[in-house]
Every structure is written in C-alpha cells, then in structure tokens.
Design a protein. Structure first.
Length: 213
C-alpha cells in the first residue's frame, strides 16, 4: 500500500514539474514576442540575426549626381577679363581658337574642331557620353570631334553672361566612304568647360555644385 502511494506521489510531482517547464517556455516565447511587436518599415524588430536591425536601404551608397550648371552662366567679372579667361582656358584644354570666324571684340570665341576620340572602341564609348547617338544607328564610328562656341555678353557694370555650345561630330566608315555626321550634344562638353571656367575665374566651383566622388 505504501509502495502504491509512493508511486502515485511521484507521478503527481513529475506532472507538476513538466507543466511548470511547459509554462516557462510559453512565458519566454511571450516575452520574445512582446519585445518584437514594435515593428516599423525597414526595422526587423527583435529579429537581429539578419543584420543590425535595419532592412534594405535602396538609396544608400548611390553616387549623387550634381545639378547642372546654368548655361548661360552669370559671373560678376568685367567683360574683357572673362574673354581673356576663356582664351586661356581654351589653350589649357588644347583648343585652338579659330581666328577666321571668331570675333573676340564682340565676345564670340569659336574653337577649331577638336578630336577627342580615335579608334572604333574608344570612339563609340566617348561619343555616347558627349552626344545623343541614335540607338538604331548602324554606323561604325572611328573618330569623334567637337567645336566649342563661347559667347560672352556684358550685362552692365561688372556682370557678364557666358554661354557655351558644342557641335559634336562623329566620323563613320560606311559603304560610300568616310564621312562626318553631326550629332546632338548631351550637354556634358558644355558643362565641363563652364565649370572649369568658373573655377579658373573665381578659384572655386559654381555655388551649389559638388563634384561626384
């Protein structure tokens, strides 16, 4: 009789212990769930085994494209000073002033065609950067050149406007032979010259312009 009572008592103790352990697991799970309720977009809550708590950030690490510089661009310098700076910058960039069509006394400065790419592979890449090349074009490009037209216009006092336009041409070798084809400028050649001109005159890039890293 005592053995039966002892076995019954052991069975009751084992049942209570198992129930307590089971309740402890539930309570622990409940605490884990409670700590993870506060979820917002891009936050993983209490699930920290997938990173540091932040989700995917699609904008992080992208190269920031600087805003385009105004063209024409207004500068607080005298007309003759700006014309001289343009001529010096053209020489720095290996551009030759076309004296037959330029009129420096009227603020019109035109370069001779400058070849900036040679060879099929390099020309195709550089031409697509500086010009809008039709995607349907089947021409094989072997050379590329541009002509810069710079106009300096006084606004009165010490304010002056300067505008830059580029004429882009690509040389193709077709069935009828080699020929130069005029293409629409993408604006990059003009922007590069304007930014360099502002830095030359003022010693700093245009306000609000931050070069891409």
């Amino acid at each position: 009789m005592k053995k039966i009572f002892a076995l019954f008592l052991l069975a009751i103790i084992a049942t209570v212990s198992a129930s307590a352990q089971e309740k402890g697991v539930d309570q622990q799970n409940s605490r884990i769930k409670d700590s993870s309720i506060n979820r917002v977009p891009a936050v993983n809550g209490g699930k920290t085994n997938t990173g540091t708590g932040r989700g995917i950030d699609f904008g992080k690490g992208r190269t920031v494209i600087p805003p385009p510089v105004a063209n024409p661009y207004r500068m607080s310098v005298q007309n003759d000073v700006l014309i001289k700076a343009v001529q010096e910058l053209m020489r720095d960039r290996k551009l030759i002033l076309d004296e037959t069509v330029s009129k420096p006394d009227q603020g019109i400065l035109i370069s001779q065609p400058y070849t900036f790419a040679k060879g099929a592979v390099v020309t195709t890449s550089d031409l697509n950067r500086l010009a809008e090349v039709p995607q349907t074009s089947l021409l094989g490009w072997t050379r590329a050149r541009y002509t810069l037209v710079i106009e300096v216009q006084p606004l009165g006092g010490s304010n002056t406007n300067v505008s830059v336009n580029a004429r882009i041409e690509g040389k193709s070798d077709g069935i009828v032979g080699a020929e130069w084809v005029s293409l629409r400028s993408s604006g990059i050649a003009e922007q590069e010259f304007l930014i360099a001109l502002v830095e030359k005159v003022t010693g700093a890039p245009p306000p609000g312009y931050e070069p891409a890293p």
